[in-house]
Design a protein around this ligand. Structure first.
Ligand SMILES: [Zn+2]
Length: 193
């Protein structure tokens, strides 16, 4: 006795076979390609901010990097507090200033990517510059002003609302900071011991 399904397949005529999904020349819907999906823009921008933060660390500054995308233009900066030295030379402030100077306006707008939750000074600057969206990596429980220690951006006293997205590559950005402080402490211990 013949197995029915095999016999039926064998008897498919050429005309009936036109509906075969693997026939050349027809639209095929295959499962997702093997290549991974392109990385979302937020992660790509954050990776660049992490690179910039690395330049800060190389110069002895706390590794914080910032990328500001506005009107299709990209501005970059990293923390230079020690290097300049300037207590206001945080990555966010430097990138906002660079954008304002290049664009010729104080209402900068755009999307600001930064590796760590901004401090109170920088959160105030974001609102003042009318930045539309803040995307940051790790939270700063001690000084973060986007809700962790204080919520400047959510305050009723601030008349511009900044859309906030946190946790983008948070593990990488937190690890970069931890590594910096771990390396910084080591020689100090040796010198004092
Ligand atoms: Zn700051």
């Amino acid at each position: 006795m013949e197995a029915a399904p095999v016999a039926q397949l064998d008897r498919v005529s050429p005309s009936e076979g036109e509906g075969c999904p693997f026939e050349p020349g027809r639209e095929h819907i295959f499962p997702a390609a093997e290549e991974p999906a392109p990385e979302p823009e937020a992660q790509l921008r954050m990776r660049r901010a992490i690179e910039l933060a690395g330049q800060a660390a190389a110069a002895g500054d706390v590794p914080i990097g910032a990328v500001l995308v506005v009107d299709g233009r990209v501005f970059e900066a990293f923390n230079q507090k020690e290097q300049r030295p300037d207590p206001t030379a945080h990555a966010e402030l430097l990138v906002i200033r660079a954008a304002a100077a290049a664009l010729g306006r104080w209402r900068v707008g755009g999307v600001l990517y930064v590796t760590k939750e901004p401090c109170a000074m920088c959160a105030g600057a974001l609102a003042a510059a009318r930045v539309e969206r803040l995307v940051y990596g790790c939270r700063d429980p001690k000084g973060g002003a986007a809700g962790s220690a204080i919520d400047i951006l959510g305050s009723a006293a601030v008349n511009h609302r900044v859309d906030v997205i946190d946790g983008v590559l948070a593990d990488e950005t937190a690890a970069q900071l931890r590594e910096f402080f771990a390396q910084k402490r080591r020689p100090e211990r040796w010198s004092s011991g």
